[in-house]
Design a protein around this ligand. Structure first.
Ligand SMILES: [Zn+2]
Length: 472
């Protein structure tokens, strides 16, 4: 295991405020970051999220609304950050691609690639999907449209651009994938990405300012700006350099959705290689979330804001639901009805009920206890095998199996019927120790709940607080 870890989420495009589809990934990356702070020490974990603010779509949306582009992106970025904060995402930096230090790093990055001979001037004639902010070939389309943006017309563009020699990296990519079979996770996505290597072509990495003035100025030609992806991907490096951890001592892990897998799994390593930087270690590529069986889409009116859910149900139930049932591998669907069912079964009747039973028994007994509630080394020993492959869902299944084991134990031992105080103390002692272990294991998933439970059993004479998860 490397000493340090740098964890990133995708940065969200600011044409609109994020919804629960985006929130899933932030909670996932946050949970992994919290676990890693326990395992590697706080000083060795670096976690970045933020907003992607350049590109054609943002420019057009701001124009349609009659707002100055910078004012527009400032507003959306602020709202995105509020959404993330409502979920207690413990990022070290909320980066914006309009931040001055990022603009400088992105510009220098381009210059390095240019100086190394991997960028040349040419004319591009082809297709562009504004929804993806990406160049397309006929093979990418279904019925002449981008499969991810069925409502948008595909654009035919012809212009002078600077091209990145992407196609010269095919052998490099094959070797990278063959030597690192966990470079892209989960494995099915690795296979998909590997299969794309042969289709790679050189791509334009600038736009002419005359057509798109909103972007980072190209350092070798003032009439051009950087293509938004060539700028956005570099945000990870901007942060890595800022915290002095884009190096061989650092495991670099990107959490992304499968729609942008090719940019991260294929383009980004070639960009890093051409500029002479260390490559990322893993790209974790999760599935899509749908809402009530339909695609999450503002134009369809099918959107839920994470902050609204949190205000209604509390932050930890929302985090729990997504970490356990979210699209970690396969796509998954969210509905409020299903959320309530899970809440009642797993939290109200599950963890909440177990805590209530033991706190009441302990209170009624009047016995003095002295539990160890601080040391959380137990996280590494119990959960490393799940976090090594980012399977937070399986980790939660494991914790919940411990809860049901403990419930069984309480039912069998029937502490409420024990008259002998010595015997009762012994029985409760073991049961509460099990619960304390469970509470510690919950820390990366539900930090507040974990703390609340540990605070109850930190007391010598336990007073129950009750109602951790009231039924809904
Ligand atoms: Zn598209």
């Amino acid at each position: 295991m490397k000493k340090k870890i740098l964890i990133t989420t995708a940065i969200d495009y600011v044409n609109d405020v994020i919804h629960i589809g985006h929130a899933y990934q932030k909670i996932l990356a946050d949970c992994v970051s919290r676990f890693e702070r326990e395992r590697r020490g706080k000083e060795n974990v670096f976690f970045v999220t933020g907003t992607d603010e350049h590109g054609q779509k943002v420019f057009h949306v701001a124009k349609e609304k009659g707002v100055d582009t910078k004012t527009f992106v400032d507003e959306i970025s602020k709202k995105d950050q509020e959404q993330q904060d409502s979920l207690q995402i413990s990022y070290d930096r909320f980066i914006r691609t309009t931040d001055e230090d990022h603009k400088k790093v992105a510009s220098e990055f381009f210059k390095k690639v240019y100086d190394a001979g991997y960028i040349y001037k040419g004319t591009y004639k082809g297709l562009y999907c504004e929804g993806c902010e990406a160049y397309k070939t006929g093979k990418d389309l279904i019925d002449g449209k981008c499969p991810l943006h069925q409502n948008n017309e595909i654009q035919i563009v012809e212009d002078e651009n600077y091209f990145f020699k992407f196609s010269s990296f095919k052998d490099f990519l094959k070797e990278l994938f063959e030597k690192n079979t966990d470079f892209v996770l989960p494995n099915q996505r690795y296979k998909e990405m590997y299969a794309f290597i042969d289709t790679i072509e050189d791509i334009p990495v600038t736009r002419r300012k005359e057509k798109l003035p909103w972007g980072i100025e190209c350092p070798v030609d003032e009439n051009h700006v950087l293509w938004v992806w060539f700028d956005a991907l570099v945000n990870y490096l901007t942060f890595g350099l800022q915290v002095g951890s884009w190096d061989s001592d650092t495991e670099i892990v990107h959490f992304i959705g499968k729609d942008i897998a090719r940019m991260h799994a294929l383009l980004w390593p070639c960009m890093l290689k051409s500029a002479g930087y260390e490559l990322s270690s893993h790209i974790y590529d999760h599935g899509f979330l749908s809402l009530n069986g339909k695609k999450i889409s503002k134009s369809l009116g099918n959107v839920v804001a994470p902050k609204d859910l949190v205000e209604k149900y509390g932050v930890d139930p929302v985090r729990y639901y997504f970490l356990r049932y979210g699209p970690i591998v396969e796509d998954s669907d969210f509905s409020e009805d299903n959320f309530k069912t899970v809440y009642n079964a797993d939290l109200a009747n599950g963890l909440g009920n177990t805590v209530a039973r033991l706190e009441k028994l302990a209170e009624k007994s009047g016995i003095s206890f002295a539990f160890e509630t601080e040391d959380s080394n137990v996280l590494s020993t119990e959960l490393s095998q799940y976090f090594d492959v980012y399977r937070v869902d399986i980790a939660l299944q494991y914790i919940w199996s411990k809860i049901s084991d403990l419930d069984k134990k309480i039912n069998e031992e029937e502490p409420w019927g024990i008259k002998d105080n010595e015997k009762l103390k012994e029985v409760l002692q073991f049961e509460i120790e099990d619960l304390i272990l469970i509470a510690k294991l919950c820390k990366p998933f539900m930090p507040d709940t974990s703390e609340k439970i540990l605070n109850i059993f930190k007391q010598k004479k336990i007073t129950s607080i009750g109602g951790l998860f009231p039924r809904i």
